[in-house]
Design a protein around this ligand. Structure first.
Ligand SMILES: Nc1ncnc2c1ncn2[C@@H]1O[C@H](COP(=O)(O)OP(=O)(O)OP(=O)(O)O)[C@@H](O)[C@H]1O
Length: 627
């Protein structure tokens, strides 16, 4: 069972979804559309109202020039073209590569088949159904409603800065993404856009560059995927260079881990199902030949980890010269010391169009100021968007911190796991993710849990990719409901039913803590995060206490005392936001925020109820851990 934000929306049946501009009726099945005509408006439509392809400076086109109705009908025809084939996924051959274990929905990535690499779509009629189920195709699957409180997100404060910020939308209907995508949104059971989607999608559809900072689990993936897919669909048939073995993607999505790249690929394939937009993933640790074959079959959106992409670029098997959209997920991680050289190489030293000539979007839940500064090299006249993780939404993750001596951590963990077992209903295991600092530590804790009768597995960078995927699959399925992990699993992974995140070893960086605990409490669900604090973590005391306080969590008195004793020594725990994961570094000194409360739909200068702004109220001369 997978739940989503949509679950919480009262009466979230198809009739509500119909408000997204499509009506209840399924699109009529249209005839086969040859590749060269795909994504072109049907001859009958008025091409003069076709929106232009996104251009960086074109920001007056929110909701596609305010002509959603016309555009909607235009794209319905395109959607219909694909609609004729979707329900047959079960019997359709899978033309894709043999996916690695557990990549069920990925293994059909080559479904487009044929048509060469300059062909955008390559045969919708053979595209495997990424929803993996024919009922989903018909929109008939009843999703379990777990009573998620979607409305808890209504009053999340939002800060935007930059010039001419396009206004947010409240519904998917206001942003015409085309009928094929609307149908996929319904298949995903997304009824309303999440806060970050409400703001980011119109900004991106207007062709603007964006640096977006929004809480973990709040739907950032769709926020950048929807505009990219829609943009590619809306462009006239783009002719790409012919000959050679190079693939010429139009969009590049980079992410820091293999698992996250696979996840984004899976999501993007759902969002682009039957749109004719082809998504391919390339990541290290998996045979490159399969990925090369995939690329040869054609690619519009390439999702990749930086290392493997550099390899492909150096082999001259991928050219970035046609890139129109560049997205960095977990952008702060992508631009920190570990990845920055590779990212600079990819973005600045190969053949990618320079900033201003492409649309660049950076997303993360955290955005330290120094990383923002670096990131601004890649952006042109960008908008900064911060979606707060305050009030009710942060309450979704209950944070606990316990003082535990290093030598007592294991028995403490065992107590927690025993207690958790007792609360489980009908023998159903909820999932527990245990973060440790080192790979060795992960191996040894997994082994110890195993010999003590706890079904555990582990994931870390020394494991082969096959082992990593196996571990993740075993965890997701509940076969081993305890996953011991290093930070390789800290970012981006969207695993349903993670009820508890245990920071067995706390990270050194408070931002890493934010991402780790964000593996629970996602998409409107509640979660629990327990941290074992020891003397080794003294530098984290203050940022942790501040973070918990901001999130309305109970801060233990001992932690406050600890925090007040420890002189903050700078280092990594500087963050650019207090209540937000980030604040626009361009606004230093002049805090001129615009706050939007969704319920009102407009701007509201009431502020956040934060007495001292983002700095956390430190005494003069004391370096703030947050800014
Ligand atoms: N509009 C929506 N309605 C319902 N569910 C949604 C919506 N948008 C996204 N979701 C679901 O919310 C979950 C979290 O989304 P996603 O993984 O994109 O979060 P994220 O913001 O990228 O998190 P992280 O910062 O951890 O990477 C996913 O399961 C996704 O399917």
């Amino acid at each position: 069972m997978r739940t989503s934000w949509a679950d919480s929306v009262a009466n979230s049946g198809p009739e509500n979804a119909a408000s997204s501009g499509s009506g209840n009726a399924r699109p009529t099945r249209a005839t086969y559309v040859p590749p060269h005509l795909r994504n072109k408006p049907p001859p009958s439509s008025d091409s003069s109202s076709l929106p232009p392809a996104p251009t960086p400076a074109n920001n007056d086109r929110v909701g596609y020039g305010g002509a959603p109705a016309a555009a909607g009908s235009r794209w319905a025809a395109v959607a219909g073209g694909g609609g004729g084939t979707g329900s047959g996924s079960g019997s359709r051959p899978d033309f894709g590569r043999q996916g690695p274990p557990g990549s069920g929905s990925r293994s059909g990535g080559g479904g487009g088949g044929g048509g060469g690499w300059n062909n955008r779509s390559g045969g919708w009629d053979r595209e495997p159904n990424p929803f993996g189920n024919d009922d989903a195709e018909a929109g008939l699957v009843e999703q379990e409603n777990t009573g998620i409180n979607f409305d808890a997100y209504e009053d999340i404060p939002v800060e935007t800065s930059g010039s001419n910020v396009p206004p947010p939308v409240n519904t998917f209907a206001e942003i015409d993404l085309g009928e094929a995508m609307n149908q996929n949104i319904r298949r995903c059971k997304y009824v309303k856009p999440t806060p970050v989607q409400r703001h980011a999608i119109p900004i991106l559809l207007a062709g603007r560059d964006l640096m977006a900072c929004a809480q973990t689990g709040s739907g950032k993936t769709a926020a950048f995927c929807f505009p990219i897919i829609s943009g590619i669909m809306r462009e006239q048939y783009v002719s790409r260079p012919r000959g050679g073995r190079n693939a010429y993607p139009l969009a590049l999505i980079l992410s820091p881990t293999r698992e996250l790249s696979c996840q984004i690929h899976d999501e993007a394939r759902k969002f682009s199902y039957q749109t004719g937009v082809k998504v391919v993933v390339a990541y290290g640790g998996a045979p490159i030949n399969q990925q090369l074959r995939e690329l040869e079959r054609g690619v519009d959106i390439l999702v990749a980890t930086p290392g493997r992409l550099v390899d492909l670029l150096e082999r001259a098997r991928v050219s970035l010269q046609m890139i129109r959209y560049l997205a960095l997920d977990e952008a702060d991680r992508m631009l920190d010391m570990g990845f920055e050289p590779q990212i600079r190489k990819i973005v600045e030293q190969m053949d990618m169009p320079p900033c201003g000539m492409r649309q660049t979007m950076l997303f993360s839940a955290t955005f330290p100021k120094e990383i923002q500064r670096l990131a601004s090299d890649f952006l042109s006249n960008y908008i900064f968007l911060a979606v707060g993780r305050v009030g009710s939404s942060t309450d979704l993750i209950v944070q606990r911190v316990e003082y535990v001596h290093e030598s007592d951590k294991r028995s403490h963990l065992m107590d927690l796991l025993h207690a958790q077992r007792e609360t489980e209903v009908n023998g159903k295991h909820s999932l527990t993710l245990v973060f440790v600092e080192t790979k060795k530590g992960a191996d040894s804790l997994e082994h110890w849990l195993y010999v003590n009768g706890f079904p555990a597995t582990s994931i870390h960078g020394d494991r082969t990719q096959q082992e990593r995927e196996l571990a993740l699959r075993s965890f997701k399925s509940g076969k081993t409901p305890i996953l011991v992990a290093t930070d390789v699993a800290a970012r981006g992974l969207d695993i349903p039913h993670v009820a508890h995140v245990v920071n067995f070893d706390l990270p050194n960086d408070i931002d890493d803590y934010v991402h780790r605990i964000g593996r629970t409490g996602r998409a409107g669900k509640t979660g629990l995060a327990t941290a074992f604090f020891s003397d080794n973590n003294s530098s984290l005391a203050r940022p942790l206490a501040d973070l918990m306080q901001e999130a309305n969590q109970e801060v233990p008195a001992w932690l406050s005392r600890y925090a007040s004793k420890v002189q903050y020594s700078g280092g990594k725990n500087r963050r650019s936001g207090g209540r937000f994961g980030g604040r626009d570094f361009r606004k230093e000194g002049s805090f001129n925020r615009v706050t939007d409360y969704y319920s009102g739909g407009g701007n509201n200068a009431a502020g956040y109820g934060v007495p001292s702004g983002y700095g956390g109220g430190y005494a003069p001369g004391v370096t703030s851990a947050w800014d």
